[in-house]
Design a protein around this ligand. Structure first.
Ligand SMILES: C[S@@+](CC[C@H](N)C(=O)[O-])C[C@H]1O[C@@H](n2cnc3c(N)ncnc32)[C@H](O)[C@@H]1O
Length: 224
């Protein structure tokens, strides 16, 4: 077995913990506190997050999409694949090093999505970006932490709690879609989503594109 080699490490802004980038042959891993946040071998459900949301949009062009966070860029690449030439995609990434790692080491994994002219990146907490504009987005795609039960930041509870979901609702235009990735189902989250005015759909997806691997949950919330 080839051993993992550390490439770089960086602090998670706001909580003092660290994230590490590791490589083993052609496989990359981003870890925090000993737990794997993202592995380059497994990204089917990250792509499905964008595919499911985009396939439900009720307009065909001019999409304004917000993605939080970048990770290894698989959700972003899938959103670009679904989007037309006039789409604009803003990626919010909390950890500046993750953006740099994508530019220096990881970009090839998802086809260099950061180089696409439709993409802009802000090294900023997605909660702040959501709060900045009302009825602005056709879709907000959230894959920060492990889902509603956070991992990188306790502060991400703000995003998945009632106040965070209400802010997402306000930031979407009518008919807009909030899509949320999670490693596990969460009935309380479904109730909160509905309670904040979304029509909620829960989709169980496989971790791998091949249809194999563990099951992840994606919520599609439509702002009626
Ligand atoms: C599991 S990864 C995302 C994987 C991504 N969907 C992909 O396709 O590779 C989670 C990312 O969210 C970032 N993140 C965590 N909390 C955040 C926040 N509040 N705002 C923006 N990004 C955040 C992490 O630094 C990490 O890069």
């Amino acid at each position: 077995m080839i051993p993992w080699k550390e490439i770089d490490r960086a602090e998670v802004p706001g909580n003092g913990s660290e994230v590490t980038l590791l490589v083993r042959d052609r496989e990359f891993s981003i870890r925090t506190a000993g737990t794997e946040l993202m592995n380059s071998r497994i990204h089917g459900s990250e792509a499905a997050l964008a595919e499911l949301a985009c396939s439900r949009l009720d307009v065909k062009s001019g999409w304004q999409i917000l993605i939080g966070g970048l990770g290894m860029g698989y959700t972003l690449a899938a959103a670009l694949e679904q989007s037309g030439p006039d789409a604009q995609i803003l990626v919010s990434e909390l950890i500046p090093a993750v953006v740099r790692w994508n530019r220096e080491y990881l970009g090839h994994l998802a086809g260099m999505p950061l180089a696409d002219p439709r993409v802009r990146v802000e090294e900023e907490d997605v909660v702040k970006i959501i709060g900045k504009r009302k009825t602005a987005w056709d879709a907000i795609l959230l894959d920060v932490d492990n889902g509603p039960a956070g991992l990188t930041r306790k502060a991400n509870d703000r995003l998945y709690g009632k106040i965070g979901l209400k802010a997402c609702f306000d930031a979407l235009r009518p008919g807009g879609i909030l899509a949320v990735w999670s490693c596990a189902a969460d009935e309380a989250f479904t109730r909160r989503l509905k309670g904040c005015g979304f029509k909620a759909e829960i989709v169980s997806v496989r971790a791998r594109k091949s249809g194999k691997g563990s099951r992840h949950t994606i919520w599609i919330g439509i702002k009626l």
